[in-house]
Ligand binder design. Structure first.
Ligand SMILES: [Zn+2]
Length: 279
C-alpha cells in the first residue's frame, strides 16, 4: 500500500507456535485463552511479521524472522512453517536480496534475527542481504554477544556474528536515530536491552514496526506483556507512550507475531482496526 511517499508491503517471514505462558506472562490462562486458543501442549499460533518499504528509491527490510537454519528437532518443537517466507515475501513484490539497501531488526532474538544469515552450499554461513547496511542498537549487539544466563537460549550467535566480519555491514546505533531520511528507530529497551521500534514517516503519516513491544492484538492492552521481558516496567511505560501517539496520530502499527490481523490502527478504547490494504 501507499502511505504518503512510502510504498509498504507486509513481510510474513514464517509461521510457528510458542508457549502461551511465555507470551502472556502474568496474565492468567483463563483470561488469555479467551483471546488465543492453545493446543494440547499449551502452544499458540504465531507469525514472524515485518515490513518491506520502498522509500526514495531505497529498499528497507524490517525484521527477518526465524529463517532457515533451525535443525529438524527445533523446527518441529516450534512447529515452524514457511521458513523461506522472508525471501518469498520479497519475491512477491519483485525484490531480489541484493537489491535490499537496509535491514533493521528490532532486536537479535532467534525469531527476529534468524533470517539475517543462511547456510551456503558448503554448510558455511552467508549473509542473506549481502549489499545491505544492517542497523542494530549497540546495547543489543553487546548483550547478544554476552547474554545473561536467562537470555542465552534466545540468542543464536550464528544469526548475527557474520555481520561483524564484513566491512561496514553492521551499523551500531546509540539510541534514537534517523537511519535514512524518513526512517527512524526508537530505542525502547524493556524486552531486551537494545530493543527498538522502527518508525517510517511521510509528512503527518507514520507506520511503526513494534517488535516484541507489542506481539499480538491481545497485547494491545498495556499490562498484557510477555514473560520473556527483561524489564517489564519499562515495557509498560514504552507501550503506553507508543499507544498514545499511535491513537492520537493514527499511526499504522505492524505487530511482531500476530498471525491473523498483523497491521492496523489503534482506535479509542483499545479497539483494533485492521488495515487490509497492507498485504
Ligand atoms: Zn519475538
Amino acid at each position: 500500500m501507499q502511505l504518503g511517499d512510502l510504498e509498504l508491503y507486509l513481510l510474513i517471514a514464517g509461521h510457528w507456535k510458542a508457549d502461551g505462558g511465555l507470551m502472556f506472562g502474568v496474565v492468567p490462562k483463563v483470561m488469555w485463552e479467551k483471546k488465543r486458543a492453545a493446543d494440547g501442549n499449551n502452544m499458540i499460533d504465531m507469525a514472524c511479521v515485518g515490513l518491506i518499504a520502498r522509500i526514495d528509491g531505497r529498499v528497507v527490510v524490517c525484521e527477518t524472522g526465524i529463517g532457515t537454519k533451525l535443525d529438524e528437532k527445533r523446527a518441529r518443537q516450534v512447529a515452524l512453517r514457511e521458513p523461506e517466507g522472508l525471501l518469498h515475501s520479497l519475491r512477491k513484490v519483485g525484490i531480489a536480496p541484493d537489491e535490499v539497501d537496509a535491514v533493521i531488526t528490532t532486536h537479535l532474538h532467534w525469531d527476529h534475527a534468524g533470517g539475517l544469515t543462511r547456510r551456503d552450499e558448503r554448510g558455511g554461513l552467508e549473509l542473506t542481504f549481502k549489499k545491505a547496511r544492517h542497523f542494530i542498537q549497540r546495547s543489543e549487539w553487546d548483550f547478544a554477544l554476552h547474554p545473561d544466563q536467562r537470555s542465552q537460549s534466545a540468542y543464536y550467535q550464528e544469526d548475527f556474528t557474520p555481520l561483524a566480519d564484513g566491512n561496514r555491514v553492521v551499523e551500531l546505533l546509540d539510541g534514537d536515530t534517523e537511519v535514512l531520511p524518513g526512517v527512524h528507530v526508537r530505542h525502547v529497551g524493556g524486552h531486551t536491552p537494545g530493543s527498538q521500534v522502527i518508525v517510517f514517516r511521510s509528512g503527518e503519516l507514520a507506520c511503526a514496526v513494534t517488535g516484541d513491544l507489542v506481539c499480538q492484538t491481545p497485547h494491545l492492552r498495556v499490562p498484557w506483556t510477555m514473560a520473556a521481558d527483561l524489564d517489564p516496567l519499562r515495557v509498560l511505560e514504552q507501550k503506553a507512550r507508543l499507544f498514545e501517539e499511535a491513537e492520537r496520530h493514527r499511526w499504522l502499527l505492524v505487530l511482531s507475531h500476530e498471525p491473523d490481523q498483523p497491521a492496523g490502527y489503534l482506535e479509542e478504547g483499545g479497539r483494533w482496526s485492521p488495515e487490509r490494504r497492507l498485504s
